[in-house]
Design a protein. Structure first.
Length: 142
């Protein structure tokens, strides 16, 4: 197999830095300065799904050099759902509480503590009294 046309990451190069984005989510109404909900390090993306988001969140997205890419402060819950979609619009983070659909499959899901995975499947009852979902997690020490 040839390596022509493949990126340095696909070829396994380790001497060049990989750009990462950090999604930092806080619950701003706890204690004096808030409570960290999650800090996930992921490949750059314009949107993520946050599992079990609190009533309000403050979100900052920044790069490897800690330059702020986007921020959203005191974003209120928009509906009673198990997931919320956080998306970047210009330099702002927007929140929309959702019941995932087929269009969300393949999206990154951020869990409390910062673990991030890919949403592989979603089902919920018509009355939204129960749901089942699958998340794929992958880790590497590279």
């Amino acid at each position: 197999m040839t390596t022509a046309g493949r990126s340095w990451l696909e070829r396994g190069a380790t001497n060049l830095p990989k750009t990462q984005h950090y999604w930092e989510v806080w619950y701003p109404r706890a204690g004096a300065t808030g409570l960290l909900v999650a800090r996930g390090q992921i490949d750059p993306t314009e949107r993520i799904i946050l599992h079990a988001a609190p009533e309000f969140v403050t979100v900052e997205v920044y790069d490897n050099a800690r330059h702020t890419i986007a921020r959203g402060e005191d974003l209120p819950r928009t509906a009673d759902t198990p997931m919320c979609l956080l998306r970047i619009e210009h330099a702002a983070v927007m929140r929309e509480d959702i019941w995932p659909s087929e269009s969300h499959l393949g999206s990154i899901v951020l869990l409390a503590g910062g673990e991030a995975g890919v949403l592989k499947s979603w089902w919920n009852a018509g009355d939204r009294s129960e749901w089942r979902w699958q998340l794929e997690l992958y880790n590497s020490r590279k």
